[in-house]
Design a protein around this ligand. Structure first.
Ligand code: KG4
Ligand code: ZN
Length: 336
């Protein structure tokens, strides 16, 4: 059989998503049912609420994905599913559903690492992209700088030692009284703020380190807000947002450039929810251009959580000989 149809399920956090792909890189459907409105009033994702909503949604999302792809269950060749990292209850919903489908349809099941999935979003968008390259994955839960040597072969060059980049965005947004998720709101405010207004710290850690740390920056923003309040100095949310965002961008872009030079690749790839940030995209474009790197930036819909990226990773795992079995379990702290 020449074409291979992948059904992919993603339920690691607050999106229930199902996608159907043809031969790994062609997306026939990618349905994302977001729970953001449900969690908004709590200021963040409530794990138990997320799990219950996934249970409620998942069958409908599967039906919709198949319908949109104009296919039936019988057409599916392989089933890909996120098995970690993420919220354990949320992961188990996608995983149990995928196992039930694999068992009843007698098709192979492939467990996908969510972080790996984010990288693969780029393979969907850029049909000619091939490893090796340097990838920066920045999301609500992760900040990883990775050297992808070949399909399935990664070297983690650096990661955050405390908060993830997206987490810092969300926390700062909350501190200046914005809603959840904070990243897109800070992004918008930054466009009208002055990024040089406040000199927030850039944390580079030890000489040569490719790790990240954002908790110092976050504290610095909180201190700035508290001090201004105590002294009765009015604050400009726009300036705080823009100055904070620039501090994050500078470190992310600098370290990624250093990694790309050190590993002598010609391509840089970015991924994850924070890769949707317009300031970050712009700065990456500028610096990649200046240093003559090819830059791959997924469209916004493939930056945030979605099942298409999981399906693409599942396809490559499968053709490289990797399948899981019914003992596949959720691993909340799964490493890349
Ligand atoms: O990849 P993702 O959807 O979920 C995780 O795997 O974590 O990333 C969500 C994170 C949130 O922290 C959100 O605030 C952030 O991505 N985010 C952004 C933007 N859009 C989403 N951060 C900065 N600028 C944005 N435009
Ligand atoms: Zn994610």
């Amino acid at each position: 059989k020449k074409t291979l149809i992948t059904l992919a399920l993603e339920s690691s956090c607050d999106e229930t998503s199902v996608a159907v792909l043809k031969n790994g890189r062609e997306v026939l459907s990618n349905i994302v049912s977001s729970q953001i409105d449900l969690h908004k009033r709590f200021g963040g994702v409530v794990p138990e609420v997320a799990s219950r909503k996934h249970v409620e949604n998942i069958s409908y999302v599967i039906d919709e994905a198949l319908e949109k792809a104009n296919l039936n269950f019988e057409d599916i060749d392989i089933i890909g599913v996120t098995y970690g990292p993420g919220l354990v209850g949320a992961l188990l919903v996608g995983l149990s559903t995928a196992k039930a489908l694999a068992y009843s349809l007698k098709k192979p099941i492939i467990g996908v690492n969510h972080i790996e999935g984010h990288i693969y979003a780029n393979f969907i968008e850029y049909k000619d992209l091939e490893p090796p390259f340097i990838c920066l994955i920045v999301s609500g839960g992760h900040t990883h700088l990775v050297y992808m040597k070949d399909y399935g072969i990664y070297e983690v060059l650096g990661k955050t030692r405390d908060d993830a980049a997206g987490e810092a965005f969300d926390k700062v947004a909350r501190a200046i009284g914005m809603g959840y998720p904070g990243g897109p709101l800070i992004d918008e405010l930054s466009k009208i703020g002055d990024k040089e207004a406040i000199d927030f710290p850039r944390t580079y850690l030890e000489n040569g380190s490719l790790d990240f740390s954002f908790s110092g920056l976050k504290s610095s923003v909180l201190n700035y807000l508290n001090n201004s309040k105590m002294k009765g100095i009015p604050i400009s949310k726009e300036d705080v947002a823009a100055s904070f965002q620039q501090a994050v961008i500078d470190v992310l872009v600098d370290k990624t450039m250093t990694a790309a030079q050190k590993y002598e690749v010609d391509t840089i790839v970015i991924a994850g929810g924070v890769a949707a940030n317009s300031g970050l995209r712009e700065e990456f474009r500028r610096r990649a251009n200046k240093n003559q790197f090819k830059l791959m930036v997924p469209p916004l819909s493939l930056c945030t959580d979605n099942a298409a990226m999981i399906g693409c990773a599942a396809y490559y795992d499968y053709i490289n000989g990797y399948t899981a079995d019914m003992y596949l379990n959720a691993i909340p702290n799964l490493k890349l």
